[in-house]
Design a protein around this ligand. Structure first.
Ligand SMILES: [Fe+2]
Length: 471
């Protein structure tokens, strides 16, 4: 499956993005300087309104990537609301220009009403940042919705019938989504998307994710794509709505974007977010453009049913919304559904007994673990991943210290294994990542007489020996 990087063309290959799993990184796109200037101004004004003129000056000096140093995490939702309110209509107009000029779409095409600012503080700052302050109610937005409903009463009616429809699907267990099942009690600001496909949540088929890097995007906090899996059948866990465990992922493609660069991809491509283990705040925004009438999976917990047609945006008619109820605008994936090939370099062993504390136990024959491969060992109280490094065999707890995702589904190379959840790279040599808070727990293993042996620590809850001792 091919993919494209670094396209600077004024017009991208729309067909290749929607149907062939390509993505484009655009340096040159419609109204670039104008929209970036408006966004920066909105951020600066918002910080001044919320945190004062000194905070604004500091932000202007250090850049938006330093936002976490000048605005407490609890106030980020207020800033998002401020920026959204100030530039929302400009963003619709910009999306129209991008759809028209950069993607080359003829009228009518559609822009999702939902625009999401993606402010990601460094994970530890966000995690410890406490409860978010709620922004004031957006009366202007409500008034606009009422005006749209007066013009088209189906909008009101659909809000009611959709609620009834979704409730009955929850009762019939066709919808089982529970946001806390995966993220636990992490504050919203510290939550980041594991691998997923947007139509699982109820976004439209055959469209464009428009992902704008505003500032602070780097390889340790960026969007992760899996272009190799485009057109393959990937399935989700119905509670988390993220990729179901047991699907072996290719190496994550971490999209590094300069400030102001624009990424376009089909949200049917499996993607996620690298948990922000960098020192910068990631400031990005996403919106969606559909070349045709949007169609949905009605068994999703939400559906993005309200859109602006390009014709209405061109005339700035923002009280004319196009409604596409998911029960009538049904869709299916239009790209292939080939099964994902299992990774031949990952092997599985299951043991009925893995010994007890203080006792050595044979995990596998040495021949079961070749250089460049990885071995999953499952026992009643253990889930280990074993790899062979130049310094000897290493064994790690498979639960990622971030959200306990099983790292065995992640790709590995000679040096690292990548968490299939949020892309953290752990060194095979010692389990470290580039963030001190996230390290795979190492177990003490050694080889003797053609066998790989686990030396269990004496106390069940005691940390096992570091890899240096196992060499
Ligand atoms: Fe997404």
């Amino acid at each position: 499956m091919g993919h494209d990087t670094g396209s600077t063309a004024k017009t991208v290959d729309a067909h290749a993005i929607v149907f062939e799993g390509q993505y484009a990184i655009c340096d040159d796109y419609a109204q670039k300087d104008e929209i970036l200037a408006k966004l920066h101004d909105a951020f600066h004004s918002g910080v001044e309104a919320i945190a004062g003129i000194e905070a604004r000056r500091a932000l202007e000096r250090d850049g938006l990537r330093s936002l976490h140093k000048h605005l407490p995490p609890a106030k980020v939702a207020l800033l998002e609301a401020f920026v959204n309110k100030r530039v929302r209509d400009d963003l619709y107009c910009w999306a129209y220009a991008v759809g028209h000029e950069t993607i080359g779409l003829p009228d009518p095409f559609y822009v999702d009403l939902l625009i999401v600012l993606r402010i990601h503080y460094p994970h530890i700052v966000a995690r410890d940042g406490g409860k978010a302050e709620r922004p004031p109610y957006d009366w202007r937005d409500r008034a606009r919705m009422v005006a749209a409903g007066m013009r088209n009463p189906a909008i009101f009616l659909n809000q009611l019938t959709r609620r009834i429809r979704k409730r009955s699907k929850i009762r019939e267990h066709r919808i089982a989504y529970d946001g806390t099942s995966f993220h636990g009690d992490l504050p919203t600001l510290a939550r980041s998307h594991a691998a997923h496909v947007d139509t699982w949540y109820g976004h439209s088929y055959d469209g464009f994710n428009v992902w704008l890097s505003i500032d602070g995007v780097n390889k340790d906090n960026t969007v992760i794509l899996y272009p190799e899996l485009f057109g393959h059948k990937v399935d989700f866990d119905p509670k988390s709505m993220y990729l179901r465990p047991g699907i072996q992922l290719p190496k994550p493609t971490k999209i590094e974007l300069e400030p102001g660069q624009l990424l376009l991809f089909n949200p049917e491509m499996l993607h996620g977010t690298q948990v922000n283990i960098s020192d910068d705040t990631r400031v990005a925004l996403t919106l969606r453009i559909n070349p045709n009438v949007p169609r949905f999976n009605d068994d999703a917990p939400f559906n993005a049913e309200h859109w602006y047609s390009s014709v209405d945006i061109a005339k700035r008619r923002f009280t004319r919304m196009s409604l596409f109820p998911a029960n009538r605008y049904h869709g299916q994936p239009t790209v292939g559904q080939e099964p994902v090939k299992p990774d031949t370099r990952t092997h599985f062993i299951s043991l009925s007994d893995a010994g007890s504390p203080g006792v050595d136990v044979v995990l596998a024959q040495s021949s079961a673990l070749k250089k460049g491969e990885k071995l999953a060992v499952d026992a009643p109280d253990l889930k280990l991943v074993l790899v062979r490094t130049p310094q000897g065999v290493r064994a790690y707890d498979r639960r990622c210290p971030h959200r306990a995702v099983d790292v065995i589904d992640g790709a590995h190379d000679d040096a690292e294994i990548f968490c299939p959840g949020h892309g953290i790279a752990f060194a095979l040599a010692d389990g470290h990542s580039s963030c001190a808070a996230f390290k795979l727990r190492a177990f003490d293993v050694f080889e003797s007489d053609g066998k790989i042996i686990l030396r269990r620590a004496r106390a069940a809850n005691e940390a096992e020996a570091p890899p240096a001792a196992a060499a």
